[in-house]
Ligand binder design. Structure first.
Ligand SMILES: [Zn+2]
Length: 185
């Protein structure tokens, strides 16, 4: 069995109501897409085509989901599992508040940035475990993730590049330490 299929089995055991819904055919996702285009002045226009989004127990997926390689799917699902656990930890109302209400003013959404950061640490951990520490240290991955915070993807949620890069370097150091590979790079 694919690793991702096995992982989905574990995920459904932990969250029995978990389901996957394609965004393109989903009216709710199309409404969110329109709202995001409006509040980011069209800076975020890839919601339907590039982004995986957990709301409640549902993972809304773009068209690219079907073509995703097995390991990439597991890495992505591990990120989304963090959001499912956050909702269980904080409750749906607080989670929505932290995530959505501070959406305005754009650019100072610290609550959302910390929620996303916790999930991206898991992205890095999953990448290191499944693809090796050098893959987690890939500068392109770093640039892609840092931009999620400083750019329009999530409404410029934390546009302070130096502070995001500091979080990032600390997470990589902890990963290296945990895997006993410190100094081996
Ligand atoms: Zn996320």
């Amino acid at each position: 069995m694919d690793l991702s299929e096995r992982f989905l089995g574990d995920l459904r055991a932990e969250f029995p109501a978990f389901r996957i819904v394609p965004k393109r055919r989903d009216p709710f996702s199309r409404a969110i897409d329109l709202a995001l285009r409006l509040v980011t002045f069209n800076g975020q226009r890839h919601y339907l085509t590039h982004y995986h989004t957990v709301i409640g127990d549902t993972l809304y997926v773009p068209d690219t989901w079907d073509a995703l390689a097995d390991l990439d799917r597991v890495i992505l699902l591990r990120h989304e599992r963090v959001h499912l656990r956050q909702r269980r930890r904080y409750g749906a109302a607080l989670m929505a508040f932290l995530y959505l209400v501070p959406f305005l003013p754009l650019g100072l959404a610290y609550g959302r940035a910390r929620i996303e950061w916790e999930a991206y640490v898991e992205t890095l951990r999953a990448t290191a475990e499944l693809c090796g520490l050098p893959a987690a240290r890939d500068p392109q991955l770093r640039e892609r993730i840092v931009r999620r915070f400083t750019g329009p993807d999530y409404g410029w949620m934390w546009p302070f590049r130096a502070s995001v890069e500091r979080w990032y370097d600390r997470a990589l150091q902890e990963l290296a330490r945990d895997s006993g590979l410190e100094g081996a790079a």
